[in-house]
Design a protein around this ligand. Structure first.
Ligand code: NAD
Ligand code: WQD
Length: 337
């Protein structure tokens, strides 16, 4: 059964392709290499032993998306990762984000709604909750006015999918990721941040390898146990596995909900200092860091209530924070060697 994975050479997409192949799905990747490398294809093949089909298509090119669905009329499901994801860049260049994350989504859904049955999985984010009032965050917590155009593309993207599913044969699952980290245990694929990483874990590993002088910890005056902000860091392989389970759920479709939403996190919050301690534990090396003022737009804490994902989806994150950080460190060492 052919599954289209847009953005399948990216961080989360590449790990998901491997898990899909492990379960016998035939994968077609579409990626324009905007934030990835063609070498990731080899990495995927080295793990699974299977070369996925690959097309270099820009999802903003409506004619190319139409042609893709003509050429591959047997696409049974779509996992849509392709998007731009840098929060700061989205504030500087909102239209880039609205075009890449919204226009491309519309073109994709336009093709999909012409099918008799279509399964669609969307990469959403815990960013839609903003600073939720109650921890851990359940799926029915209110969606807040987003702090950035990036966040808004996830909120609006979810709304577009709900409206389209209601009016068509599309069934969808919206997956709200918390903080994905780590790499495949083989270190054949991982995260490839371009330029200075904005996210905590790649900044830590790049500092430890000597690419950055020290980590800036953004704020130690939050109302948390140690004063630093708390997040739910989830191993990317656990996250990838959730996509396969969500896809199987859609393909088997046993309920009448057109759209379902699941939080994907571990359920445990970790502070920035706890992440640093985890890194020091698994690497056996001290990390240079300094405390600086809070970063604008950061929430105090965000961690998932995973009850719905655990019980309804039947998925649970398995890796510990130390395992996830160790895999990120192994990957960093491999790509710099
Ligand atoms: P990524 O940048 O590593 O992967 C995205 C992939 O999509 C890249 O390979 C890129 O080249 C490709 N792409 C982008 N625009 C494209 C276009 N117009 N046409 C074709 N390909 C295109 O990002 P990721 O971390 O793997 O994130 C995947 C998805 O998950 C994104 O939608 C992102 O918003 C969402 N998400 C990510 C995080 C996170 O922290 N990484 C958290 C929540 C949600
Ligand atoms: C984690 C914690 C920082 C870097 C972002 C997006 C969100 C989602 C996931 C896509 C925070 C602190 C970080 C550093 C630090 N992406 N930090 N020094 O901000 O939770 O979420 O990625 O949907 O939308 O906003 O992740 O990794 O940037 O930060 O102290 O150099 O680490 O303040 O508390 P965040 P992050």
């Amino acid at each position: 059964m052919k599954i289209l994975v847009t953005g399948g050479l990216g961080f989360i997409g590449s790990h998901t392709v491997v898990e899909l192949q492990n379960k016998g799905f035939e994968v077609l990747i579409v990626d324009n290499l905007y934030n990835s490398s063609i070498d990731v294809l080899k990495g995927i093949e080295s793990i699974s032993g299977i070369a996925p089909h690959y097309k270099n298509i820009d999802m903003r090119d409506k004619a190319a998306v139409q042609a893709l669905f003509k050429e591959y009329s047997d696409i049974a499901g779509v996992i849509h990762f392709a998007a731009s994801k840098a929060v700061g860049e989205s504030v500087e260049n909102p239209l880039l984000y609205y075009e890449n994350n919204i226009a491309a989504l519309v073109y994709l859904l336009q093709e999909l709604q012409q099918k008799d049955a279509a399964s669609f999985i969307f990469s959403s984010s815990c960013t839609v909750y903003g600073q939720a009032e109650k921890m851990p965050i359940t799926e029915d917590a209110p969606v807040q006015q987003p702090m950035s155009p990036y966040g808004n593309t996830k909120k609006v993207g979810e709304e577009i999918i709900r409206d389209t599913a209601k009016a068509s044969s599309i069934n969808a699952i919206l997956l709200r990721y918390f903080n994905p980290i780590g790499a495949h245990p083989t270190a054949a694929i991982g995260e490839l941040p371009i330029g200075v990483p904005q996210n905590l874990v790649p900044f830590i590993t790049q500092t430890a390898i000597g690419l950055r002088q020290e980590l800036s910890v953004f704020g130690d005056d939050y109302p948390t146990t140690d004063g630093t902000a708390v997040r739910d860091y989830i191993h990317v392989v656990d996250l990838a596995k959730a996509h396969v389970i969500a896809l199987e759920r859609l393909l088997e479709k046993k309920n009448s909900d057109k759209v379902e939403t699941f939080n994907l996190g571990t359920g445990t919050g970790s502070s920035v200092l706890e992440v640093i301690q985890s890194f020091e534990r698994v690497s056996g090396q001290k990390l240079p860091y300094k405390i600086v003022p809070r970063r604008e737009g950061d929430v105090t804490e965000a961690y998932a209530n995973t009850h719905k994902a655990n019980t309804v989806l039947g998925w649970k994150a398995e890796s510990t924070l130390d395992e996830a950080i160790a895999s990120a460190w192994k990957w960093e060492q491999k790509i710099r060697s």
